[in-house]
Design a protein around this ligand. Structure first.
Ligand code: SAH
Ligand code: SF4
Ligand code: F3S
Length: 478
């Protein structure tokens, strides 16, 4: 999970354009007005794990007397929750930091902190070269924020980037930021043990650990009681979720957790991300088939369609294995289950023929959606140490554009298939374009817009889809 897991929030963003695929999304904290004395402004970059962490940070700081606000203006504390997944993501944060530093010169009392995945690698640099940063805190050290802020209040700089083998923030109730009151993230594990050769996440987020199953179920029940209708279970590799009670009497794997969350309420939709092709089991697929409220959507990043490249990437599966997982999905869940992917163009030593293999895998699977990137070497990773980043930038960009164009065709075909059928839509909001229309998603995660009538946020509505645009299905309630 990021998307990066995702780098882009694949739950909100329509069919990726080249620009969208290349730029990280940013989310800004909304205003909570509970009369707390100090004001926190937090910007989150990168994947859903980071957005979810910002909700944990807001909760910890709420207890310390901070309300969140949605503008830099008026903030006492500014936090950037950062992403390192590609060089571009880091550049975006640096540029933002220098803007904020300009603002700080005009507002000397302002405290500025860097959180998240850039913290560890850049701690020295942030504190020494970029003197205007007061605070650097890594993803496992957020409980220490109150102490660190006290140090900063006392005029010192403060750093804690220690990674942990245990921390899951299991007992912290997140303050829901940017929430539509309908769908929420639940973080079920942290870190990653996979060591894909291109990826910085194991270094920035440390070892994999799973959160107490009971705290996850409690969080889901609390969300239902508060009116929420959809949860997304988050982890970089959810299929390797594994938790045991302290006395060893209870063991829970991902399929079992998924089932238990689905049983919290039939009114609650359950999504999850990200699945790793080496770990997703038939047991997970059968669990999805048994429960109507588990959404029929699987984010199954392939990264490449060529077995030699997959081996260099240390993904630990090859193309036949990946294709067999897709066959299992189709056998157990039918054609109704949407599948999405992440692809990297121009990985070390990728030949033109190997690039064509990625395209042929896409033709073969016909993904509903994809996040596509060109390879960006990350310092310290296996690939950076052992492999030459030898595909010229122009070639990487051209290959990326080819796979984006191909995916656009497949996404259009997918939209065309959805036309002329009735879909169950969970209403999330007004349409961006009109207050007379509502917007929501079907089980397959396609956005559906239809006239409002008397329906409201949080309703399940049967919608007949009569047409589609590049990213949206248009219909009417039946
Ligand atoms: N845990 C998830 C992915 C997390 S990172 C998984 O294993 O699938 C999100 C995506 O960013 C990855 O799937 C990959 O496609 C992309 N990515 C990661 N490191 C990258 C790099 N160095 N260059 C380009 N893309 C990268
Ligand atoms: Fe995903 Fe691999 Fe990175 Fe882990 S190391 S987050 S599995 S891409
Ligand atoms: Fe997520 Fe970026 Fe970190 S994708 S895990 S915030 S490096």
């Amino acid at each position: 999970m990021s998307q990066p897991i995702l780098t882009l929030d694949f739950l909100d963003i329509p069919a990726p354009t080249p620009e969208a695929a290349l730029s990280a999304e940013v989310r800004v904290s909304p205003a909570t007005r509970t009369g707390r004395q100090r004001k926190l402004y937090i910007e989150s970059y990168g994947c859903q794990m980071n957005f979810s962490d910002s909700e944990i940070v807001s909760s910890i700081l709420f207890d310390e007397g901070f309300d969140t606000i949605d503008t830099l203006e008026g903030a006492d504390l500014v936090l950037l929750n950062t992403c390192s997944i590609r060089e571009k993501a880091e550049q975006t944060v640096r540029m933002r930091l220098s803007q904020i530093n300009g603002h700080k010169k005009r507002n000397p009392g302002l405290l500025v902190g860097v959180l998240g995945c850039m913290a560890e690698r850049l701690k020295a640099k942030f504190l020494e070269e970029e003197k205007l940063v007061d605070l650097v805190v890594g993803p496992d050290a957020y409980r220490d924020l109150p102490n660190l802020i006290r140090e900063v209040d006392g005029g010192q700089k403060a750093v804690n980037v220690l990674l942990s083998r245990e921390e899951t923030y299991a007992d912290i109730t997140p303050v829901r930021l940017n929430s539509n009151g309908v769908s929420a993230f639940i973080s079920i594990m942290r870190g990653c043990d996979n060591m894909c050769s291109f990826c910085v996440v194991p270094f920035t987020r440390g070892r994999e650990r799973s959160r107490d199953a009971h705290s996850i179920l409690q969080e889901a029940s609390d969300l239902v009681a508060a009116g929420y209708r959809e949860v997304t279970l988050l982890g970089q590799n959810v299929d390797s979720y594994k938790w045991a009670s302290a006395d060893g009497a209870e063991h829970v794997n991902f399929a079992q957790l998924l089932e238990r969350v689905a049983l919290v309420s039939p009114q609650l939709r359950v999504r999850f991300a990200t699945s790793h092709p080496k770990d997703i089991t038939d047991e997970v697929l059968y669990t999805m088939a048994r429960h109507r409220n588990i959404c029929k959507f699987i984010h199954l990043p392939a990264q490449s369609g060529n077995s030699r490249i997959l081996s260099l990437m240390n993904r630990t599966y090859d193309r036949p294995w990946y294709e067999a997982r897709v066959v299992a999905i189709r056998r157990i869940l039918g054609d109704d289950c949407a599948i999405s992917t992440d692809m990297i163009a121009g990985f070390c030593s990728e030949t033109e023929a190997e690039h064509q293999d990625t395209k042929s895998l896409m033709e073969h699977v016909r993904y509903d959606m994809a996040y596509m990137f060109f390879y960006s070497e990350r310092p310290g990773t296996l690939a950076a140490r052992k492999l030459a980043d030898d595909v010229p930038l122009e070639t990487k960009k051209r290959r990326l554009q080819e796979i984006i164009d191909l995916q656009q065709q497949h996404s259009a075909e997918r939209n065309a298939r959805a036309v002329g059928r009735v879909h169950e839509v969970l209403v999330e909001n007004f349409s961006k374009r009109s207050q007379e229309h509502l917007s929501g998603r079907n089980s397959q995660n396609q956005v559906v817009v239809f006239p409002k009538l008397n329906f409201r946020k949080g309703d399940y509505v049967q919608v007949f889809v009569h047409s589609s645009t590049a990213s949206t299905l248009l219909g009417e309630a039946v």
